[in-house]
Design a protein around this ligand. Structure first.
Ligand SMILES: [Zn+2]
Length: 493
């Protein structure tokens, strides 16, 4: 009997497109005057008849939200539509107060854009299909207690402005998808249009992932993956899903069109619902809102508000500060980090710009990692003036680099200046010849084997003895002077 399933393990390629929902950082909600700053508010306190979905109320368009979406579209190289309108997307769900969401269907704010990603040293252009405007839904809180399971509704989030950014299916690996998200995230943060905080849900990503025989245009089955709450989760989920689809085929199975959810704890995707019966949202134009027809002047005015974006800033860092591409890329990924770097350069123009970059990429990155703080919190405790003072003290040999790292940690912990910590703890480097000579004599006396090694021609032995001297001085000896004096003393033996 002949099988009609694909059994040959042909070479498949992965095709990925991403849909990102970002909450916009406006003061009020999308279609009413309620405050959009609900994060720490008690449930159902930021509500009004409009966002509660009462019958007979009239929505209004939030101008700031529209401009934020326009800024995003422009930053993503989209063209801004000169006629954009709102549409009702109908579906029944308890978190959707009106029974429909006001979204945009066929005439979004911006279309036809792109952004560049870099993976494995190669730059690739990923198409951005569209940027459109919509509103968030209420939050359901599911409870299970005393044998009862029930759900509570918090309407505070209902009607807060959302922007959806849809990519072309241009990505071919989980790594490319992650690079796209990191870049998009960075751009939104640069623009200041969204906090883009993934853990808090203000930057959410759904992925469409399919495989197809290499060279073919036809996708085997469209699978949507949801519930990914970090860049790492997106990467792992897409890696898993690409492999899963290949495995199903290689075992003679058939791929289903479906929505799958990422289960972080188990490291796998599970089927949530079949897409064989696609939703019919019955889109139709929102009759209560006028279309928007942005004039060329308005678009130009919004474009003029765009800040320097990560790519431009990276190449400026390379030319202006003579940084290698790697350092410049690292520093400009976050606008806050790039700002802090430039404030350091400004505070002490005499210091080496590369050395400052090394401090941020090394010790500072380490502190941020262990403390879980961001660079804003760091700069609140370690001002540019204090930081550059510390680096200057290393340059002037007042402390050595090893001590400087622990002083920086202390500065971050206490907010004190480098100078005061060095004085309080007596950390200043010992450059006093007399003290170093005494220490050198002690080290030579305590380590006869190393002395014998040195005499036998092992140059390494000096390094060992310098290490002993550093230990003796609790890390405070000037290491160059210590090496010099030990070598001299050994010569005198
Ligand atoms: Zn409201």
């Amino acid at each position: 009997m002949e099988s009609n399933t694909v059994t040959a393990p042909a070479e498949y390629e992965t095709v990925i497109g991403l849909e990102v929902h970002a909450q916009l950082r406006t003061r009020s909600k999308m279609y009413c005057r309620c405050s959009a700053d609900y994060a720490s508010a008690p449930p159902n306190t930021h509500v009004c008849p409009v966002c509660l979905g009462m019958p007979g109320v009239l929505p209004n368009i939030n101008r700031q939200a529209v401009e934020y979406a326009m800024m995003t579209a422009l930053a993503l190289n989209c063209s801004i539509s000169d006629y954009t309108k709102f549409d009702r997307k109908n579906y029944p769900y308890p978190d959707l107060m009106k029974g429909y969401q006001i979204s945009q269907y066929d005439q979004p704010v911006g279309v036809g854009g792109w952004l560049n990603i870099e993976v494995g040293g190669e730059v690739k252009r990923i198409g951005v299909t569209r940027v459109h405007q919509e509103e968030d839904v209420a939050k359901l809180l599911h409870r299970d207690e005393g044998g009862l399971s029930y759900s509570l509704v918090d309407v505070n989030r209902s009607g807060t402005p959302l922007m959806e950014i849809v990519s072309e299916p241009d990505m071919r690996s989980a790594e490319e998808a992650r690079a796209y998200l990191v870049k998009l995230h960075s751009i939104l943060r640069y623009l200041g249009v969204s906090t883009a905080n993934m853990e808090e849900g203000s930057f959410r990503c759904d992925a469409n992932i399919s495989i197809r025989p290499r060279g073919s245009e036809k996708l085997l089955a469209k699978v949507e993956v949801k519930n990914m709450n970090s860049f790492r989760a997106v990467f792992r989920a897409l890696e898993y899903e690409g492999e899963r689809q290949r495995k199903v085929l290689s075992q003679g199975g058939r791929l289903a069109q479906e929505t799958r959810g990422w289960v972080e704890a188990e490291g796998k995707t599970v089927s949530q619902r079949s897409k064989e019966f696609a939703h019919d949202y019955r889109y139709f134009p929102e009759p209560d809102l006028p279309p928007i027809t942005p004039s060329a002047e308005w678009i130009a005015e919004v474009r003029a508000r765009l800040p320097e974006l990560p790519e431009a800033r990276m190449s400026r860092f390379m030319t202006q500060y003579g940084l290698p591409a790697y350092d410049a890329g690292l520093l400009t990924e976050s606008r806050d980090m790039a700002d802090y770097y430039e404030s350091l350069i400004k505070a002490a123009p005499g210091l080496s710009s590369k050395e400052m970059a090394n401090w941020l990429a090394g010790p500072v990155a380490g502190i941020l990692n262990t403390s879980g703080c961001d660079i804003i919190e760091f700069s609140a405790r370690v001002s540019p003036a204090n930081f550059t003072e510390l680096v200057g003290l290393v340059g002037a040999s007042v402390i050595n680099a090893g001590t400087a790292k622990s002083v920086l940690e202390e500065m971050f912990g206490s907010g004190k200046t480098a100078q005061s910590i060095i004085e309080e703890k007596g950390l200043a480097q010992i450059s006093d010849t007399g003290a170093l000579e005494a220490a050198a004599i002690q080290v030579i006396k305590d380590n006869p084997q190393a002395v014998a090694d040195y005499k036998a021609g092992k140059a390494q032995a000096v390094k060992f003895m310098v290490g002993q001297l550093m230990r003796l001085s609790k890390g405070r000896a000037n290491p160059n002077m210590a090496a010099e004096i030990i070598t001299r003393k050994l010569g005198e033996l």
